[in-house]
Structures are given as C-alpha cells and as structure tokens.
Design a protein around this ligand. Structure first.
Ligand code: EPZ
Length: 440
C-alpha cells in the first residue's frame, strides 16, 4: 500500500499500486432509469443471522441469499469455527453440527465489522470467546464499548489485550441491560447471547432497525423466545437448546432506497420489487417533499421523476425509524443536483462525509464542517476520476456518475461489492451506461 493520503478530516483517499490491479466502474451519465428491479436479501440482516447460527445445533437454510463480500468474509469466519456452509444462487446452507470454539483472528475480523456479532453467541454457547477487534469502513472509530459493557453487566469477565478481546462467560446470567446509545450491533449481539441464558433478560434503549426484527424472527424460528424487537424493550427468555430450520431473510432496505434515490437523481420511472414502506418510511416521506411521484404497494414501491427536484431544507440521520445514516451519502447526491439548499446533519457516525470531497471533484457545491454539510444544488455534475472510501460512499459516486455529463470512473470498487451485488449489472438493466473494467 503506497499510503493513505489524508488530505483533510473528511477525505481519506486510499492510493495503492493495487489500484492499477483493481476493478473500476466506468459510468457514462445522462440516462434516465426505467424498468423493474428486485431487491435481494439484506446484508445487515444476513450478517447477524449468520452469527446467530452459532446458537443452533443443526442445519439451517437461509433463503433470499445475496452474493456480497461482507457475507463471504463472514462465511470464512464461520469456517474457522468448523461450521460448514454452501450456497447456490439464492440459498445459503449452514451446518453447525460439528461446531468447535476457536479464536477468531484479526485477519478475519479486520475484513468485516460484523465479526463482533459472534461474541454474544460464542459466549452463550461455549461460555468463552476470544476474538480480535473488528474492522469496518472508514466512517468512524467504530468502538465496541456498548457490546462489552452489556456482557459485563450480565456477569462476563472481559480482558482486552494485544488487539484481542478475551471473554469469560462462566458467570453469565440473565438480567437487565440498558444501552447508553441504541447500537444496532450491540443490541443484536446481546439479544443473541441471552437466548441461551436461563431466565429472562430485558434490554432497554435498544436499536429498532428492521434487521433486528428479522433477527428476532430467525431466532424464534430456531427455538428461541425473543419478543419486543422494533420496540423500546426486548425481552429474551433463555432456552436450553436451539435447533436448525429454514428462514427467509428480509429484503435489503438500503439497496432498495439506493434505487429510489438513483431514479430521483437521474429521472425516470422504476418499480423496486421488495421495497417495503415500513422499512423506508422516512426516505419516502422526504422524497415526497421533492415532487417525486411515489406509488406504494404491499411489497414494492414505484417512483417517477421527470423534472429537476427541489431541495429538502434540512435532513438529519438518526437511529430507526428516522432517516438512516446508510442512505445519507446517496441523499447528498440528490441534494447536490436539486434546486435549492440542504443542511445535512450526520448524527450517527463521526466521519461519514468523505464522499463530499469526491462529489466536489464532479462539480458539486458542498461545504462540510464536523457533522454538518451545507449542500447547494447545481444544474450539472461532470464526470471525473473519483475514489470510494466506504460502501455507501462508493454507491453514491455511482449515482453521481449516472447523472454527470460525460464519463466518471469510480475506483475502489471492492468497497461497493461489500454491500451491492453486481451493481453495474443491476443498473444496466434499468438503462444505465455502466461497466466494470479490470485493469490487468
Ligand atoms: C450497523 O453497524 C450497520 N452494520 C451499519 O451499516 C449501520 O450504519 C449502523 O448499524 C447504524 O445503523 C451492520 O449491521 C453490519 P451501531 P453498527 O453500533 O452495529 C457507536 C452499512 O453501510 N457505538 O448502531 O456498527 C458507533 O461508533 C453499515 O451497511 C459505540 O459508541 O452500528 C456509532 O457512532 C455501515 N459503541 C453509533 O454507535 C459501541 O459499542 C452507531 O453504531 C457500538 C457503537
């Protein structure tokens, strides 16, 4: 790796000789999007559910499977626990009958933040876990104090040394946990741990994301007794054993929201099959303010946009059910080409405006200060060489390229592949001029 060029707080451009070996997306902008697209399974539901399989003794079939880098990395981690997995196009099969506890090394955990979700299930199943600190995107420090604090509250002993977390769960007992912040991952990890703790565990100030409800439904399908996900309190009554079975994972609300924002940005008329209103209520409400035409059905949403849209004066990201941080970069692109000014506030992560400096290379007018971005809409964006610095920033640069005049080249495509399956093929089906180029 040549270096991390840290030009300013919000911009970290990873330049490496690998860049010439890596893939890029070449996007020719100016086309409207038309047609219908189906949303695959949710990355942020699959990852905790795959961790939850550690609790189960048996064979598990997960439907609505999606081929993503983060999920493949999670499969590699399960393999180190002697858990067998195989997949076909849209099913993932997991066999935990020969599971063995093992240290999860940083080679694995650095590749996927969700590796930390394994802590709870390992503690519950084996009363002991050794796991290296998790990696993740460049969107913030990504601490795990809320995870570790909750396990200590329930009686675990935790030692952090040499980049590893050593947990002794011998004295783990059901009890009450109140989170200082409604952390998605901490809610999921502790909820899973409680499934095998005798007695009732009550979690308060929990995250309410739809993926947590999906996780609850999965755990109960495997024999657990979890209730309250999506509300203020989650209650878990521990069971002695959990079994295998099959489960259909929810569609990806962030991928669905990305399609809707792409069409609002480029113009056109699309139907997103698998876009569920209750999972994207905040986004739909904002889009209706911009003069998009939106039609909502049970399991799909149609969006038509045939003019330059008006800006939304103020948008803040907050935990569900408010506007999701995972759509913030994509929304920034829409505001960058809308008529008017938008004050965008990122309240969840401390460093999630990296995409702004890349959008400015394309002609956007954005001023960032700490967790606030002032976005003045411009008539046109222009193609340029731009660099993804995290998963959602990468997807947003594709959306900007779809709108821009001329060619845009999006580098660091591996970030995008973490959360979007074959993004170029999906958008090509909607009429976009986009291709993946491999630089030998
Ligand atoms: C999950 O990350 C998602 N990842 C993220 O999606 C998503 O952005 C995030 O939730 C918020 O919705 C997965 O589900 C795999 P958090 P997670 O714990 O669990 C702080 C994507 O693009 N915090 O809710 O890591 C933390 O620093 C990814 O798909 C602590 O301080 O998010 C952050 O500021 C990106 N201590 C805030 O809470 C902790 O112990 C929210 O983090 C844990 C978190």
């Amino acid at each position: 790796m040549l270096s991390n060029l840290n030009t300013n707080k919000h911009t970290k451009i990873l330049c490496s000789y690998n860049d010439f070996m890596e893939e890029k997306l070449l996007v020719y902008g100016g086309r409207k999007l038309h047609g219908s697209v189906k949303v695959d399974g949710a990355k942020n539901a699959f990852l905790p559910i795959m961790a939850g399989c550690v609790l189960c003794d048996g064979e598990i079939e997960l439907e609505n499977f999606v081929h993503l880098l983060d999920i493949e990395n999670m499969r590699e981690i399960l393999k180190t626990l002697n858990i067998k997995t195989h997949s076909n196009d849209r099913q993932l099969y997991i066999d935990t009958r020969e599971i063995q506890n093992a240290k999860i090394t940083h080679e694995r955990t650095q590749k996927v933040r969700a590796s930390i979700f394994l802590l709870g299930p390992l503690l519950a199943r084996f009363k002991r876990a050794v796991i290296a600190y998790p990696g993740g995107c460049n969107i913030g420090s990504r601490p795990i104090d809320l995870h570790l604090g909750a396990f200590k509250t329930l009686g675990a002993k935790v030692l952090e040394r040499h980049g590893y977390i050593f947990c002794d769960g011998t004295n783990l007992k059901a009890g009450n946990v109140i989170f200082d912040f409604p952390s998605v991952g901490a809610t999921e990890s502790v909820m899973m741990c409680a499934c095998l703790l005798e007695g009732e565990t009550v979690l308060k100030n929990v995250a309410k994301e739809p993926e947590i409800v999906d996780l609850q439904n999965f755990l109960n399908a495997m024999g657990a007794h979890v209730s309250g996900a999506g509300e203020d309190e989650i209650r878990v009554v521990g069971v002695k054993k959990m079994h295998g079975g099959n489960f259909h994972v929810m569609p990806d609300r962030i991928v669905a929201g990305t399609y809707l924002l792409a069409t609002a940005i480029c113009g056109g008329d699309i139907v997103v099959d698998g876009a569920i209103l209750k999972d994207n209520e905040s986004l739909v409400s904002f889009l209706k303010q911009t003069a998009c035409q939106i039609e909502v059905f049970d399991d799909k949403i149609r969006l038509k946009a045939d003019q330059r849209l008006c800006a939304i004066p103020k948008i803040e990201t907050r935990p569900f059910p408010f506007f999701p941080t995972d759509l913030q970069s994509q929304m920034m692109v829409l505001q960058a080409v809308s008529s008017g000014v938008c004050l965008l506030q990122e309240n969840v992560f401390e460093n999630r405006f990296a995409v702004a400096s890349e959008l400015k290379k394309m002609g956007a007018d954005i001023v960032v200060k700490d967790r606030t971005a002032l976005v003045r809409g411009v008539e046109k964006l222009y193609g340029a060489d731009v660099f993804a610095s995290d998963l959602r920033a990468g997807a947003s640069l594709v959306l900007a390229g779809l709108k821009a005049e001329g060619y845009a080249t999006v580098h660091n495509v591996h970030y995008i592949d973490r959360g979007y399956e074959k993004i170029e093929e999906r958008y090509k089906l909607l009429g976009a001029d986009i291709k993946r180029i491999k630089i030998e």
